[in-house]
Design a protein around this ligand. Sequence first.
Ligand SMILES: [Zn+2]
Length: 105
Amino acid sequence: MSKKKTISLPDYVARIAEIKAKLKFGGNFSNYLQYLICSDNADDIKKLLEDEENQKPKQISEARPAEFSNRCPCCNKKIKIGEKICNALFNDGHEQFVHKKCCKV
Ligand SMILES: [Zn+2]
C-alpha cells in the first residue's frame, strides 16, 4: 500500500534531488525520498513493521488457491478466485481464511 503526496521544494533543492535520484534510484524520486525518510527514522520504522507483523494472524494450514471469492478480514480486500489463501488463527482465538500474504508463518 502506498500513499500519494504532493510536495514542494525550492528549485535548487529539487534540481539536486533529481540528480541524486537519477544516480542512485534510476530516476525514481519516490524511492529516493523513501530512502531518506527510512534512513532518518530507522528505529521507528522497524518498530512499526514489527508491530504490524505481530498483529497478523498465524498461518495454520497449507496455502491453497481460493475456490470462491470472499473478503479478507486482514487487509479488507477481496479474495479473488485462484489467489493463495490459508486458514489463520487470530489473536482472539478465532480461525478464518485470509490471503497467504496477510498472515505470519
Ligand atoms: Zn488480505
